[in-house]
Design a protein around this ligand. Sequence first.
Ligand code: NAD
Length: 486
Amino acid sequence: MPLRPTTSSDLLIDGELRPGSGGTFDVINPATEQVIGQAANATADDMDAAIAAARKAFDNTNWSRDHAFRARCLRQLRDALLAHTDELRELTVAEVGCPVFLTHGPQLVGPVTDLGYFADLAETYEWRRDLGEAKPMGIPNRREIRSEAAGVVGAITPWNFPHQINFAKIGPALAAGCTVVLKAAPDTPWCAALVGKVIAEETDFPAGVINIVTGDDHSLGALLSTDPRVDIVSFTGSTATGRAVMADAAPTLKKVFLELGGKSAFLVLDDADLNAACAMAAFSVVTHAGQGCAITTRLVVPREKLAEATEITRNALAGLRADDPTKPGTVCGPVISARQRDRVESYIRLALEEGGTLETGGDRPERPGYFVSPTLVSGLDNSSRVAREEIFGPVLVILPHDGDQDAIDIANDSPYGLSGAVWGADPDRLDAVVDGVRTGTMGVNGGIWYSADVPFGGYKQSGIGREMGVAGFEEYLETKAVARPA
Ligand code: NAD
């Protein structure tokens, strides 16, 4: 059965595909600026029905206790989606504007395949642990720790890596035994809606266990944060919205899990292969037009090599021009929307106002689509706004350092602490830098940490909690201590 919606997609609520009560809204291809179809526009009533369905499914079914059944449903979903890979690839590139090469990894096949990792965890996790005997107040007791599903999860996701982020939430949440309402980003509704269609038509997930809501109104997300029937809000997006989610969740004291922004540093030590390091820094910052929260956007090089590093990076970026994301060789596609391009361009203007120099880029390629040329900014220090604020575009700021400790200090002189990279030759010095930088992930000499079993998340204002890996699964669990007389 073909997946592509001809006129519009549907919501998935209580096991049924249904139109949005608010009609539809346009889906736009960011590489062409063309309207490519419509998505269901949910209202507050639709969200209310989705939350009610998730609550009912959690409270009134055996879903949270049947680990084997959950594993089977997750594998069924993985296999059904993989059977639709070609259609999903075409649609994902059209809706997200992501380079097609990324759909072989984190933009599609990676996170779909990783559903199997969470299915395995549901089956193999130690749900009950015997703590043995103890004698509190002299009375012998046998104790046990039980892990249980935390309840109804409200998952709120952004547009930059929709499949990766949607599945990094619904995979572990469902494997843990929770029920879910997924609220997709307004710019990428189809990536979520088509998963809903596959769930409804090709899997055995019980009604209400997973509900998928699309809409053009951001306030739909706030309904999840405030609703007392929701136990956890799992949010990925900007730090500003993360603050709003946390504040909105406070009155009902629900658990909040946040994956937020970043301004990660790429540190080059004085014994590093400068050519290889700068080429990698350039490649990283233009990948998916820089729209990745963990992308390294500050290149920090030895002061005595600043001119050389600037030249290498400028040349590398100039060779990585923004292009059609459907071409297999494209690394830098468009940004998601006209609004996002305006935001990126305002930061490029700000770089000049702050006294920076544009070494390359800063312009718009002459073609339709929301493209921004790969851009290198020099001549600023780490106190400038373009070195401190998340731009979410293909813009790299190059900064000098005066030795390893100074490089660490510059990396840490940021409100964020999401990711980072270090390049060098001496293992002890590399290790000391990894120890010193306060971030959730670090790549050494090009090391790639992204994988289903690796926890991902941030220090400081980059977030609270970890996604993926066992730690990501445990975010969706509660702990119950049980004691009986021995
Ligand atoms: P955003 O914060 O504007 O929106 C994210 C989601 O939150 C969307 O679904 C949106 O509709 C919803 N939302 C908006 N206002 C809300 C509110 N008051 N309450 C509840 N939900 C609300 O972010 P974006 O523009 O979609 O995505 C880009 C941002 O996301 C960047 O800052 C980027 O760094 C961040 N991001 C972080 C990670 C990570 O894992 N740390 C991953 C991807 C993106």
